[in-house]
Design a protein around this ligand. Structure first.
Ligand code: GUN
Ligand code: ZN
Length: 435
């Protein structure tokens, strides 16, 4: 594969930006260059310096667009593409009425392959190069997802949902089959190319104590795997969970009891946590995943981002779409709604922090920042190119923009897939190839 020399306004974060004028938190080149070889960024910096090392490389000029690390979505359900936009229910009714019947269809391997292909098309179209995805309970849905992801050379995290109760026939495994299928999938897919397996008990309501034991057994057998589940999303969910595990101090205690907390644990939602629960997450290094479009759509509540981030024992936080409870595939749309959720909690998230979150911040939360989430030399060339003048309304508003932070905020507030001019996955153009 020919080497690529990309030119544009490069932006990559170094750490959490404290304010919209915290210029030390990022590296920005007004005329930047990236030299990409064999899927990696091998040089990054001022264009003239990088170009001097790039003899024979194919040059692609993205000026005046911004070049950032590809976005990361830390929690999404690929089998819910035909659930998104389902009207009128809160979490438990929404699961029973819409989500579970739809996920039942994934026992058909062909359906799974079709949706996996369309899902990753949509992901790339929106500038997202890595997701942490739930598949369905069916082993073949995981095969379909990883096969498609591997063929595209994407770095994705995914797992078979384990669920053995409180769900319809055709959408339940057993403690033993959930364990066995997970092991088979781990052996086949974890570490194959850029694929990562996540142990995925759906949530405490749909797993029996025996299945939770099995999930804990997998977690101790495979300590380098991610674990993903849901926690404290909705009041009715919390009350039902408490009935099912009457011995537990609170919802978090259940996952703690079965050995499922830790630095690779991704907990979707975490809206209604007590101080004790937040302390338990902080102590274990578990990640609270903020899913603003979903939390608003399902009326679940307001994730207190700034409280979690600044408390004495801070939480590690990621951001995510949670499609199909979430309402958009775009991390720009996600952070626009996130900004509003945080505003309702009386705080403001600065635009630099938003873009840190969906790039380096999510990569750190997922423990993959050595590979993706920045434009640093030696990392994988997963890249998004953003056009802040993509629509007439954006172009007009750009006339009055004077700073990088203002441009980012405009992209977040008005942008969507139309603002994504190109995407590179492991150094290859991916969005323009979709047709
Ligand atoms: N809790 C358990 N399963 C789900 C799901 O599919 N979506 C959401 N939003 N919450 C869940
Ligand atoms: Zn979810």
């Amino acid at each position: 594969m020919a080497r690529l020399l990309l030119r544009g306004r490069t932006l990559s974060f170094l750490r959490w930006p404290d304010a919209a004028d915290d210029h030390a938190a990022y590296r920005y080149e007004e005329d930047g260059g990236l030299l990409v070889d064999e899927g990696r960024i091998i040089a990054a910096g001022p264009y003239e310096r990088v170009a001097a090392m790039a003899e024979g490389a194919r040059a692609i000029d993205h000026r005046p667009h911004l070049i950032l690390p590809g976005f990361i979505d830390a929690h999404v359900h690929f089998p819910q593409m035909q659930v998104i936009a389902s009207y009128g229910a809160e979490l438990l009714d929404w699961l029973n009425k819409y989500t579970f019947p739809e996920e039942t269809k994934f026992r058909d391997a062909q359906h799974g392959r079709r949706i996996a292909r369309l899902f990753l098309d949509e992901t790339v179209r929106h500038g997202t190069t890595t997701v942490a995805a739930y598949c369905s309970v069916h082993r073949q849905s995981v095969e379909a997802f990883f096969a498609e992801s591997h063929a595209r050379n994407m770095l994705n995290i995914a797992g078979k949902v384990m669920m053995d109760r409180n769900a319809p026939e055709g959408l339940r495994d057993t403690p033993q089959s959930g364990y066995d299928d997970s092991k088979t999938l781990i052996a086949e897919w974890h570490g194959k190319g850029r694929q990562h397996y996540a142990i995925t008990p759906r949530f405490a309501i749909t797993s029996s104590p025996e299945q939770m034991e099995m999930a804990g057994a997998l977690a101790s057998e495979y300590p380098d795997l991610h674990i993903q589940t849901h926690l404290s999303e909705n009041h009715a969910e919390i009350a039902f969970t408490q009935e099912l595990y009457p011995w537990s101090r609170d919802y978090t205690d259940i996952y703690e009891h079965y050995g499922l907390l830790g630095r690779r644990t991704l907990l979707g939602h975490c809206i209604h946590l007590s101080e004790r629960e937040a302390d338990a997450l902080s102590r274990s290094g578990s990640v609270a995943v903020f899913c603003p479009t979903s939390n608003l759509f399902l009326g679940s509540g307001l994730f207190d981002y700034q409280r979690y981030r600044t408390r004495a024992q801070p939480l590690r936080i990621a951001a995510a779409t949670d499609v199909g409870g979430g309402t958009n595939y775009s991390m720009l749309r996600t952070m626009d709604e996130g900004y509003k959720v945080i505003a309702l909690n009386g705080e403001k998230l600065n635009p630099l922090a938003s873009f840190w979150q969906i790039t380096r911040g999510n990569a750190e939360a997922l423990s993959i920042a050595d590979k993706v989430g920045t434009l640093e030399e030696g990392t994988d060339a997963d890249i998004v190119v953003l056009d802040a003048r993509a629509t007439p309304a954006m172009r007009l508003r750009m006339e009055t923009v004077t700073t990088l932070a203002e441009e980012l905020f405009l992209l977040q507030t008005l942008g969507d897939d139309r603002a994504v001019a190109e995407v590179y996955v492991a150094g290859s153009p991916a969005k323009s190839m979709l047709g």
